[in-house]
Design a protein around this ligand. Structure first.
Ligand code: 4AD
Ligand code: MG
Length: 462
């Protein structure tokens, strides 16, 4: 007999004479003549009620072992439920405890704090909240591929180990096999990275963009979807040292087209989650964020706002609010400003574009004013930036000038410059932080709770 998932059993259209269910005991209640067991297998939020009659041959021995957390296997009949709140239940004909769990099982009761659950990240997927988070994560990963594949984008696997710092922010994790206590030295007394594994300094990638650009300049429309790493020592609810990023890159595309795609993409993911993860989203709106569903609908219904950086600075100045970090033209927008724009001023996702050249990486296309670049950040209520992107500088001479300003070596980026030497085209792309998108869709407030095993400063357990 093949296994029936709880999800399929609960959605059955007719009773079934013989089903096999496997999963974990959530709760058990014993009556005189039988026990009720709630079996959950993670296939959906709900568990299924199993009734084990005391007349079962092994009832006494097995029921004694069937504590919360134990894994069990049940064969029996799927019948209409007598109880309330569920359509179907299972009358066990055989009932076996596969793996016991005793009273030390940490998920005995409901209502643990998120902090506690982070410490047991190996068990938290068995809780309602984390089961729901990781089902949504899986579904949206699928939806990412669907969105781009339907549009004819080619999926590119950007390297994880790289020698270049795409964002130029110096937040790189070094990859080395040198002995840290006895590294080989040059005659000048520096560590000799020529003797390292890659014969040069190498790092974990902060972004697959530069490599994606090479593929866009051949295959036209491409995207990456993979892990990226930043040694940013910021202990916030929105930063992780390891996170997943989706980076589309389009040849023959400008900033306008880039912003349009970003909006369509974000809306597609929200729509997909609403359609395919309805029960999980309902759970979030009950227990995590009461306004979640209204907010998602609101976001789907109207166009995102767009405003230039210069306008944004004027709006912030005219707000009359006092800021922890006052800003002037030329300063980075801080989280408080980004959230003000999305939450209070526009009350809707807003794309801020044309940032000062000095704030942004070397690869962004310089505008005619010479002072701003064709950058864009998508800011959403509750989180702030979820997307960063730009049109790329396709003119060789301007790119070289930018690289000189950023003190980047043309020798190191010879291949990137080649894209401008041979058949250069206007092109543009962006990066969506997958975890930030998940926070937006689930209402979960901390990035540590939407990634299976969070890597943050001081934490790499599991
Ligand atoms: O704005 P960022 O740094 O842009 C890039 O990396 C570009 N190369 C993307 C491109 O144009 N192809 O990062 C893009 C997004 C951010 O908007 C944010 O959502 C997410 O990546 N992100 C992080 N998410 C979690 N933890 C961190 N430390 C993050 N840093 C960036
Ligand atoms: Mg950014």
């Amino acid at each position: 007999m093949s296994r029936t998932l709880v999800k399929d059993a609960l959605n059955a259209t007719a009773a079934m004479d013989a089903v096999l269910l496997q999963g974990w005991v959530r709760t058990r209640r014993d009556a005189k003549a039988f026990s009720f067991i709630e079996l959950n297998d993670g296939s959906c939020l709900k568990g299924i009620q199993v009734i084990a009659n005391a007349t079962l041959a092994n009832y006494t021995t097995e029921i004694a072992k069937a504590h919360t957390g134990a894994s069990i296997e049940v064969r029996g009949k799927l019948v209409p439920s007598q109880g309330q709140g569920q359509k179907w239940e299972v009358i066990a004909e055989t009932f076996t405890v596969v793996g016991e769990a005793d009273a030390t099982y940490p998920l005995q009761k409901k209502g643990h704090t998120l902090e506690f659950l982070r410490e047991i990240a190996h068990l938290r997927p068995r809780s309602n909240l984390f089961g729901a988070v990781f089902r949504v994560r899986s579904r949206l990963a699928y939806a990412v591929h669907q969105f781009f594949q339907q549009k004819g984008f080619v999926y590119v696997h950007a390297p994880i180990i790289t020698a270049s710092d795409c964002e130029g922010a110096g937040e790189l994790f070094r990859v080395t096999t040198l002995d840290p206590s006895h590294p080989p030295m040059t005659e000048e007394g520096d560590v000799d990275f020529k003797k390292d594994f890659f014969a040069k300094k190498a790092y974990l990638t902060v972004s697959g963009q530069l490599e994606a650009e090479t593929f866009a300049c051949a295959l036209s429309n491409v995207y990456t979807f993979g892990p990226t790493f930043r040694a940013e020592n910021s202990n916030t609810s929105r930063h992780a040292a390891e996170f997943w990023m989706i980076e589309p890159e389009m040849a023959f595309c400008d900033l306008q087209g880039d912003m349009d795609l970003a909006e369509e993409f974000v809306k597609h993911l929200i729509r997909d989650a609403k359609e395919h993860c309805a029960a999980d989203l309902e759970f979030f709106s009950k227990f995590v964020d009461k306004d979640l569903l209204t907010r998602l609908d609101f976001v789907l219904e109207r166009p995102f706002q767009r405003c230039s950086y210069t306008e944004a600075i004027a709006i912030i100045a005219a707000s009359g609010k006092t800021w922890e970090h006052p800003v002037q033209w030329g300063d980075n927008l801080q989280s408080e400003h980004e959230r003000f724009l999305a939450e209070e001023h526009f009350k809707c996702p807003v794309t801020v574009y044309n940032y000062p050249r000095t704030l942004k990486p070397f690869y962004m296309r310089v505008n005619e004013d010479g002072k701003t670049v064709r950058a864009m950040d998508l800011l959403v209520p509750g989180i702030g930036e979820i997307i960063g992107g730009s049109q790329r500088e396709e003119r060789l001479d301007v790119l070289r000038e930018n690289m000189a300003q950023h003190k980047l070596s043309e020798k190191e980026y010879w291949w990137y410059l080649d894209l401008r030497r041979y058949g250069t085209v206007p092109h543009a792309g962006f990066g969506l932080g997958f975890e930030r998108m998940l926070m937006f869709v689930t209402g979960v407030g901390n990035i540590r709770d939407v990634i299976p095993f969070a890597r943050t400063p001081g934490t790499a357990e599991f």
